[in-house]
Design a protein. Sequence first.
Length: 293
Amino acid sequence: MNHFDLFSGLGGWLLAAKALNWNTLAACEIDSFCQRLLAYRFPNLKVFPDITKIDDNILRQEGIIKEGINQVDVVTGSFPCQDVSIANPKKEGLYGKRSGLWFDMFRIIQRLKPRWVVGENVSGLASMGLDVVRDALEAEDYQVRCFIIPACAAGLPQRRNRVWFVANYCGGGLGGSRSDRLARSLLQNQNRLSTQDSAFWDGWLNRVVTPDQALAAYTGRCATTPIDGARSFEKGAGGWLPVVSELCGTAYGTTEELDKNRIRVIGNSIVPALAHRILLAIDTIEKLAHAEI
């Protein structure tokens, strides 16, 4: 499968595609820290710096369009969330400056007409623009399915609900059956994940520790009293919970400034394990479709 990733961030979609041995033709990311990270992790990958500048000439130069024929099977992208976030008081939706970059993603989809489009965003998109995304894709002969799947469904210790949308081009005749198969597969998977999610989340919240235990575990030091307001702890019904993420690499007493770039891009990233499940379903469906031909 040939893959084109937009708004790549630290490379969550790229990792999911790599796990399936997909051929990622190119990516797009404007953040300089993420660009350096992608160059280190994917040294042979072409990374476009600005989605608004991607046009036919660039697509032809990079071999994404050859002799007028699109080479991309799957476009993925997690466009900026700031304007569709419930934390943003302005709530400008897809007509905000940042989340409005969806329309550049859509412009590229219109030009390439890949068989599959997969996207992700914060849960606020469900009420601030998901209908626009769905209607735009359906107008281009895509069948669209939308899901809300939390990060803890993949085993992460946080709820982090996210909207995922999957679109299959049905203009060629086979799209509808493929899309319906994917929908059934993901719905069954989502039901199973929801059960796992509840059990996992309950188990995590029951892992209550004292501040002494938490500080000893995370910093090698001990404290004799709770530290009110410390960002390393949350007060739960049964005691104190450590909420320092092992992904962030920081603990109580470490300045956020020291690790701010890594914390920022992890906070903006997708969960690669969830992306992998969706791409795996697409990969399976494509192989089945080819086997039937």
